[in-house]
Design a protein around this ligand. Structure first.
Ligand SMILES: [Zn+2]
Length: 137
């Protein structure tokens, strides 16, 4: 784990935060994410929620990065909205801890460690990932 934030990191957090403040809807969009590609471009993602199915903001940010032509996605952050209207860094859910490294194996994720932002690798988030017993290809 490495920490604090330089200006480039802060822009990533700000991009996700600005999106969530603008679009937050308790029923539809509770989380925003921002992913930075190797080009330096930032791609946004927004959670999608319905009574039966939800899609995480991280996955939509990664999809947007791929749509934008990014082969390598270097960094990502997700944020939620506090009741006072300020944003807070959210740690990825279990599904994202499996999904994100499959799409972006070298990604660093900005996580919250007791109120302190820390950059973590996929191995930090999921140290013993699920693997198949064998190949079925
Ligand atoms: Zn998730």
């Amino acid at each position: 784990m490495t920490s604090p934030l330089n200006d480039t990191d802060r822009r990533l957090v700000d991009a996700a935060s600005e999106l969530l403040v603008r679009t937050h809807d308790a029923d539809l969009h509770r989380v925003a994410a921002a992913a930075r590609g190797a080009s330096g471009q930032i791609y946004l993602g927004l959670s999608l929620r319905s009574p039966r199915v939800s899609v995480c903001a991280e996955s939509t940010a990664l999809a947007n990065a791929r749509i934008g032509g990014e082969q390598d996605i270097e960094a990502m952050v997700s944020v939620g909205l506090r009741e006072d209207g300020t944003t807070v860094i959210l740690n990825p859910c279990g599904v994202c801890r499996e999904l994100v490294p499959a799409i972006a194996p070298g990604i660093r994720t900005l996580a919250d460690d007791g109120g302190h932002p820390v950059w973590v690798t996929a191995a930090d988030l999921l140290p013993m990932p699920w693997v198949r017993a064998r190949s079925y290809d």
